[in-house]
Design a protein around this ligand. Structure first.
Ligand SMILES: Cc1ncc(C[n+]2csc(CCOP(=O)(O)OP(=O)(O)O)c2C)c(N)n1
Length: 388
């Protein structure tokens, strides 16, 4: 059994797990009440993996996650108000209301975001690791992704390059047993996921992702190894997603008994009971901590509700623009200056020559490609889209 950390630290870990749980439950309710549009993926059941791993980082280290990332923003210290406002699509959201559930982001706290593309965050993590090395810093990056993502091409490509270039990245596969409705044994030939990087030169480790202490102990070792040796490692955190994949999941791929078995190992009561048994907190304090978490979530909802939607005129700020009629900083037909609609805009042909990407966009436009396919935008509030 892993040792407990200092009492204040232990309380903070429990409080953060409780906050994530209460936040996620409320987010689910708000989705049902059509306050939240698009997709919503909850991490209920995975709190020990989130808190145990993130608390192994220094504040200056980077964390990068997936579309299941509300908890990652909260654990890094993004105020619940700004996370909830993001879910509501409001201007005070941590991505100014433009990302929604799948695109949390907080640069100041070195949370490099949620990503909607399965496996899409791995190459970005390698890039962040390369930048850390290039700058001669000690920073490392923790990149978390799902068991399903370990089958993506980006997994092999990124781990190979990370090992070859000795990039300071801890890859953590959050094995919650399913990729959408497909169980691990049905989607991966190798189910011992910590071994999936071995042939690529990335050694593996495993932690009990239902136990915040074990997760923290294993991740601390991984983080320190990576910081010292400047070589990547792969950690498998074994956990379970208590709720459906997203809000529109009939859960026909698993039995109620299986869910109940894992729920009996709920990481929050398990850790709370250990703290009570060792005299760090008592039952009254546990209840107070839970009430505090609820009060913070209440305040977050109130804040998000009062926050305005972004102004219509700001629609084209901070985005890549494909439509030649609209003026964004990366628009093909206008100046490439950020946020500017400058009278000195380059001629369209000249602008297209400046980089390959605008040319590609020009070709896509010429070929009549539908830009909405690339946009990944949010659906109407309250809809139950099939998936992200
Ligand atoms: C490249 C890509 N393919 C498919 C999808 C649709 N999709 C969204 S989530 C998901 C399952 C991923 O499962 P896993 O990596 O285990 O993460 P989890 O959802 O369990 O956290 C899929 C297939 C996508 N978003 N991106």
């Amino acid at each position: 059994m892993s040792d407990l950390p200092e009492p204040d630290l232990a309380r903070e870990w429990l409080a953060t797990m409780m906050l994530i749980r209460r936040f996620e439950e409320r987010a689910g309710e708000m989705y049902a009440r059509a306050k939240i549009g698009g997709f919503l993926h909850l991490s209920i059941g995975e709190e020990a993996t989130i808190v145990g791993s993130a608390r192994a980082l220094r504040d200056s280290d980077y964390l990068i996650s997936t579309y299941r990332s509300h908890g990652h923003a909260l654990v890094r210290g993004t105020p619940p108000e700004n996370v909830m406002a993001e879910l509501f699509g409001r201007v005070d959201g941590c991505s100014h209301g433009r990302g929604g559930s799948m695109h949390m982001f907080d640069l100041a706290r070195r949370f490099m975001g949620g990503y909607g593309i399965v496996g899409g965050n791995l190459p970005i993590a390698a890039g962040i690791g390369l930048a850390s090395d290039y700058k001669g810093s000690e920073d490392i990056t923790l990149c978390t992704f799902g068991d399903g993502a370990s089958n993506q091409g980006t997994f092999g490509e990124t781990l190979n390059l990370a090992a070859l270039w000795r990039l300071p990245v801890v890859f953590m596969v959050t094995n919650n047993q399913f990729g959408m409705g497909t169980a691990l044994r049905r989607h991966s030939a190798v189910t011992d996921l910590q071994r999936k990087g071995e042939s690529l030169g990335v050694p593996g480790m495993r932690c009990d992702g239902m136990d915040v202490l074990d997760t923290h102990a294993v991740l601390s070792e991984a983080v320190e190894r990576v910081r010292e040796d400047r070589r990547p490692v792969l950690v498998e955190a074994v956990t379970y997603r208590f709720r459906g994949h997203s809000m529109a999941d009939p859960e026909q791929y698993r039995t109620k008994e299986e869910v109940a078995e894992w729920r009996a190992r709920d990481p929050i009561p398990a850790f709370a009971e250990r703290l009570i048994a060792e005299g760090v907190i008592d039952e009254a304090e546990r209840e107070r901590m839970d009430a505090d978490a609820l009060a913070r979530v209440d305040a977050a909802v109130e804040f998000a509700d009062a926050s305005p939607f972004p102004a219509a005129e700001s629609l084209h700020d901070d985005i890549y623009v494909l439509d030649p009629q609209t003026h964004g900083w990366y628009s093909v037909e206008t100046t490439p200056e950020r946020g500017e609609d400058s009278p000195e805009a380059a001629e369209p042909a000249a602008a297209a020559e400046e980089s390959e990407i605008p040319q590609q966009l020009t070709h896509a436009l010429a070929a009549g490609e539908d830009s909405s396919e690339h946009a990944g935008g949010m659906g109407a509030a309250g809809e139950a889209p099939e998936d992200g």
